[in-house]
Ligand binder design. Structure first.
Ligand SMILES: Cc1cc2nc3c(=O)[nH]c(=O)nc-3n(C[C@H](O)[C@H](O)[C@H](O)COP(=O)(O)OP(=O)(O)OC[C@H]3O[C@@H](n4cnc5c(N)ncnc54)[C@H](O)[C@@H]3O)c2cc1C
Length: 372
């Protein structure tokens, strides 16, 4: 147990918690990270598409849009400075038929309003110069600042950087109760550990609702939403070079299933979207490979279920309840109870990986941990 309270305790060692800790450490705040797993980034932060989103899918005027576009720029600078593979390969949004054109134009408008640089509409011929295997196509939106990052490498690099900056990381500590004390808060772990801190940041992803309740801020819910992937194996894994987004069937809300060449050179199809009652993915895949093949074929014809193997899935920490007309939730970052010194990060689903450095600075600047 630490005698002197820390200035800041961050609950959750995903890319968001680690980036927030890094931003506080840069202000010389004495910072500790508390994480329930034996190491960092074992949940959403390493179970995603690894896409550096440009910002065309974020509704203008939202915090999500602002932190997406700022985070995109900073990801290329900061991941590179940490030695993490990151590359602006560009992303294509493909309207396969005339019924998708209005929505494609909406994303073009959103991107321009969000300040996404370099956007252009591309003809099918221009798009096939980038993706020669592209199937039916009316028109495309090309976002050159979209790209890919090695998410697992980023987690490792952030953890190493925090160690270098003197930030304590306490793994295998699941926060259970938190009690208000004279100097701030005392956090108790599941095995009886305790940490005292003046300010606390709830960056617990899919666990954020329970952590908020612990701090006396109940009433906000996370709805865990499973995202499954399939990986293309063999010769057809070279059929996509960049990222191909489209307009998947409505059963996959949001930006839905896409084809992604990862920083590690794999070709992924996914993620699906289905609500579950757990923080963890089910032990066995739910979505048949034939369904991934069907989804991929709509954009890149010729991929069959025999070219696919299941790939690790992730669980989104969404605040959007099942059946909602609005597929994307807002990033909700707020202090609660007011004046408590506890800041909660809710609904940091996609593009939270892209936005992590921007989220870190946003929290540390807005709620500074001024030493006593
Ligand atoms: C399928 C999928 C695809 C995605 N694709 C992309 C993409 O391509 N691009 C992009 O920008 N974003 C993407 N995202 C979103 C991105 O992965 C997340 O926004 C980001 O990783 C959130 O980071 P985090 O640190 O908030 O959450 P997490 O990585 O989930 O970390 C939260 C941490 O809190 C810990 N925790 C929870 N409760 C407790 C407790 N009580 N005590 C201690 N520790 C606790 C957890 O163990 C976990 O390590 C995707 C997400 C998913 C699921």
């Amino acid at each position: 147990m630490s005698v002197d309270p820390f200035d800041v305790a961050v609950i959750g060692a995903g890319v968001v918690g680690l980036s927030i800790a890094r931003a506080f450490a840069a202000t010389n705040a004495r910072t500790v990270v508390v994480e329930r797993h034996p190491g960092p980034g074992r949940e959403q932060s390493t179970h995603n598409s690894g896409v550096v989103h440009s910002g065309v899918f974020a509704r203008p005027g939202t915090l999500r849009a602002r932190l997406n576009v700022e985070g995109n720029r900073r990801m290329y600078e900061e991941a590179a400075s940490l030695g993490v593979p990151v590359e602006p390969c560009g992303t294509l949004v493909v309207a396969r038929s005339p019924v998708h054109i209005a929505e494609l134009e909406k994303y073009g408008r959103w991107g321009r309003e969000n300040g996404v640089p370099g956007l252009s509409f591309a003809s099918p011929e221009e798009a096939r110069q980038i993706e020669p295997r592209l199937g039916p196509c009316e028109r495309c939106l090309l976002a050159p600042t979209g790209g890919r990052v090695d998410a697992a490498g980023l987690v490792r690099a952030l953890d190493t950087d925090l160690a270098r900056r003197g930030v304590e990381r306490r793994y295998n500590v699941e926060l259970r109760p938190a009690e208000r004390s004279e100097s701030g808060w005392t956090l108790f772990g599941s095995a009886g550990e305790s940490v005292a801190a003046r300010h606390c940041i709830n960056a617990a992803g899919v666990g954020a609702g329970r952590v908020a309740t612990t701090f006396g801020a109940p009433g906000r819910r996370i709805y865990p939403c499973l995202g499954e992937y399939a990986r293309v194996v063999g010769e057809r894994s070279a059929w996509v070079r960049t990222m191909v987004y489209g307009f998947p069937p409505p059963r996959y809300p949001g930006i839905g299933v896409h084809l992604t060449r990862t920083a590690g050179g794999e070709l992924l199809i996914g993620p699906t979207a289905s609500y579950i009652d757990s923080d963890e993915p089910p032990p066995l895949p739910v979505t048949p490979l034939a369904e991934f093949a069907e989804l991929a074929n709509a954009y890149v014809p010729g991929i069959t279920e025999h070219d696919l193997v299941p790939a690790p899935s992730g669980v989104r920490a969404t605040t959007v309840p099942p059946g909602s007309a609005e597929p994307f939730g807002e990033f909700q970052i707020f202090e609660e109870p007011p004046g408590s010194g506890v800041v909660h990060c809710f609904g940091i689903e996609s593009p939270g990986l892209t936005a992590c450095f921007a989220i870190g600075s946003y929290v540390a600047e807005r709620w500074p941990a001024s030493p006593p």
